[in-house]
Design a protein. Structure first.
Length: 203
């Protein structure tokens, strides 16, 4: 069952773009809009992804896996971090806003996967439905559900890629001291710069 309506998802995507646009213009962080739907004040995990358009190349992706902030606040924070603080990319320039699209992923609470044998992990996840978090000692990596779909990975490849995101060896998910979590996401994306917003189907 969907947590957010299409209208609520559209509100978050437009909020992410508005936050980045205002900060690029004035270096000011916008406040929470008074018209934000009540449901968006609940605490949820969220990621904001920025991609080039029409290239679809990643330009930034940062968020909060855990429900640390109200969703509207978390979306603003994640959007600004994705645009200006992702260490993989230079800060977004205002002139780029006409050539990028925004995507907001609202997450369920991560669930620890319990398996008697690590080799069973692929049986507990499904590409197109689940995102992954890998924890091994001080290392942690997260991949959103849509990433496995975009790259055409199967479940084992998804686990290995998430290990590499955590900066551990690709087969670390088979180690008994590795913790594997799964979560789901509702994803909303712009169809073009400042274009209409749609719910993205992952499966």
């Amino acid at each position: 069952m969907a947590y957010l309506s299409d209208e609520e998802g559209e509100f978050l995507v437009k909020l992410a773009r508005r936050a980045v646009t205002e900060y690029a213009r004035s270096k000011k962080v916008i406040g929470v809009p008074s018209e934000a739907p009540q449901k968006l004040h609940e605490k949820r995990g969220v990621f904001v992804t920025i991609r080039g358009y029409p290239s679809n190349e990643l330009r930034g992706c940062i968020g909060f896996p855990e429900p640390a902030f109200p969703l509207v606040d978390a979306t603003i924070k994640a959007a600004l971090s994705s645009a200006f603080e992702d260490p993989r990319f230079p800060p977004l320039r205002g002139s780029e806003l006409e050539n990028v699209v925004f995507e907001v992923s609202v997450l369920t609470l991560p669930q620890l996967i319990k398996a008697s044998n690590p080799q069973e992990y692929p049986l507990h996840i499904k590409v197109g439905r689940d995102g992954l978090i890998i924890e091994k000692g001080p290392f942690r990596g997260l991949l959103l559900p849509q990433v496995a779909v975009e790259y055409g990975w199967n479940e084992e490849e998804f686990l290995s890629q998430c290990c590499m995101k955590a900066l551990v060896h690709p087969d670390a998910w088979l180690d008994r001291d590795t913790r594997v979590y799964k979560f789901q996401a509702e994803v909303f994306e712009e169809e073009g710069p400042k274009g209409s917003v749609k719910r993205r189907t992952l499966g």
